[in-house]
Design a protein around this ligand. Sequence first.
Ligand SMILES: NC(=O)c1ccc[n+]([C@@H]2O[C@H](COP(=O)([O-])OP(=O)(O)OC[C@H]3O[C@@H](n4cnc5c(N)ncnc54)[C@H](OP(=O)(O)O)[C@@H]3O)[C@@H](O)[C@H]2O)c1
Length: 174
Amino acid sequence: MDLASQESIRKAVAKVEAIISTLDILVNNAGCTHRLRQWTAEGIEMQFGVNHVGTFLLTKLLYPLLMAAARQSPPGAARIVNLSSHGHRLSPFRLHDYNMENKEVPPEEQPIASLPPAFAKASEDGYLSTIAYSQSKTANILFTLSLQDRAAASGIMSYAVHPGGMCVPNPSRR
Ligand SMILES: NC(=O)c1ccc[n+]([C@@H]2O[C@H](COP(=O)([O-])OP(=O)(O)OC[C@H]3O[C@@H](n4cnc5c(N)ncnc54)[C@H](OP(=O)(O)O)[C@@H]3O)[C@@H](O)[C@H]2O)c1
């Protein structure tokens, strides 16, 4: 499944639905970082599109299976775990510029003032890759909070977690 393609996500979920009728735990681990600007199949900035929008759609489509599991389990046994990041601290969600098109954002959507210079570095077209990643990880947390409000009554618990820091250099990654 490619989280950068909503068609691919829908196809994958259809396959899952054909083989299982309940889903106890969904761990939304897949995520990406990109130094240069890229777009999903639907024209969404890649890091936001994969890390939040694709994850959101996958969760929404799998939700009936999680509900089915929750109906048969003690409250809290069915779970959605969203991998966020410590990096969320660098940037709020940019509601006025979620696609990272260098639009003006109000003060409450701007990156933290003490952003280390390396993180504030933009590519030639003005793309702020670290901020794009950070706002996508903030979106993961806001999504989790929203799930906690909406899903807890059905017995589904939601968590946003930071996995720790780990970097394996990948020269092919752009
Ligand atoms: N590593 C860290 O220090 C760190 C810190 C904080 C948070 N996190 C978060 O932890 C999670 C895992 O990170 P990681 O370091 O393990 O990342 P990683 O080594 O780069 O692995 C990312 C995984 O996501 C998959 N993926 C990427 N783009 C995808 C797409 N468009 N569709 C479907 N799958 C896709 C990759 O699949 P392929 O292998 O097929 O490309 C890979 O399995 C991420 O959500 C990340 O934001 C990591």
